[in-house]
Write a protein that binds this ligand. Sequence first.
Ligand SMILES: NC(=O)c1ccc[n+]([C@@H]2O[C@H](COP(=O)([O-])OP(=O)(O)OC[C@H]3O[C@@H](n4cnc5c(N)ncnc54)[C@H](OP(=O)(O)O)[C@@H]3O)[C@@H](O)[C@H]2O)c1
Length: 229
Amino acid sequence: MKVAVLGTGSVGQSLSAKLASLGHEVKMGTRDVAASRERKGVDNFGQPLVGEWLSSPAAKKVQLTTFLEATKGADLVVLATLGQIAHDVLASCGQHLDGKVILDITNPLDFSKGFPPTLSVCNTASLGEQLQAAFPKARFVKSLNTLSNPVMVKPDLVPGDHNVFVSGNDETAKQQVKALLESFGWKAASIIDVGDITTARATEMLLPLWVRLFGAWKTPMFNFAVRRA
Ligand SMILES: NC(=O)c1ccc[n+]([C@@H]2O[C@H](COP(=O)([O-])OP(=O)(O)OC[C@H]3O[C@@H](n4cnc5c(N)ncnc54)[C@H](OP(=O)(O)O)[C@@H]3O)[C@@H](O)[C@H]2O)c1
């Protein structure tokens, strides 16, 4: 499969590396290819900046290009940008999103007043449904946004059974994303289909809890596990 991964942060890096290791053809999108290649060193969490990461073995088969070029001809688009600019990034991809499945990992986190962040949209709307409404010809599936990027692509980093959620209007698109998650190592029984894209309100609103657990435990290596009677 040809996959466009829009985003060069730790999520874009983890997803690109995993998808390439599974034999997919991965193009990673960024604003400015030359500027991104120059970004060396690590961020505040010790994660490699994209220029550093590109010289690692995990990135060997990943091609860095612009957001627009990455989406041209892609079979699947992974949206892994900062939530607040996701709309503008997708708009820059024009008609190349039409008909495509978009695995949306973004969260509407607003860090403008520091940590912990607030949600820039919640309760009566979500970033997932705003994007679906803005790009009606694309088929959005919100998933993986409730866990840290290492766990997204290697669920057994967290012991025991734990869950990943899926929200979206298009059943075929959700089936495609579920199959992809299974290829990452998620058990079918651990993937919870919450419903249509409006249910992204609920999973995005888990983030205030997630960031506080991160603050308390000082590690991102945890996940939510839902038990049903
Ligand atoms: N970090 C995690 O483990 C985690 C877990 C769950 C969900 N998420 C969500 O996943 C998304 C990605 O997170 P992340 O930590 O990997 O990276 P991030 O720092 O949130 O986003 C990085 C990406 O956003 C783009 N970007 C930033 N400002 C921009 C602007 N003004 N205009 C256009 N593009 C801009 C960057 O473009 P350039 O490449 O051009 O710099 C880069 O590709 C976020 O929505 C986050 O909430 C993250």
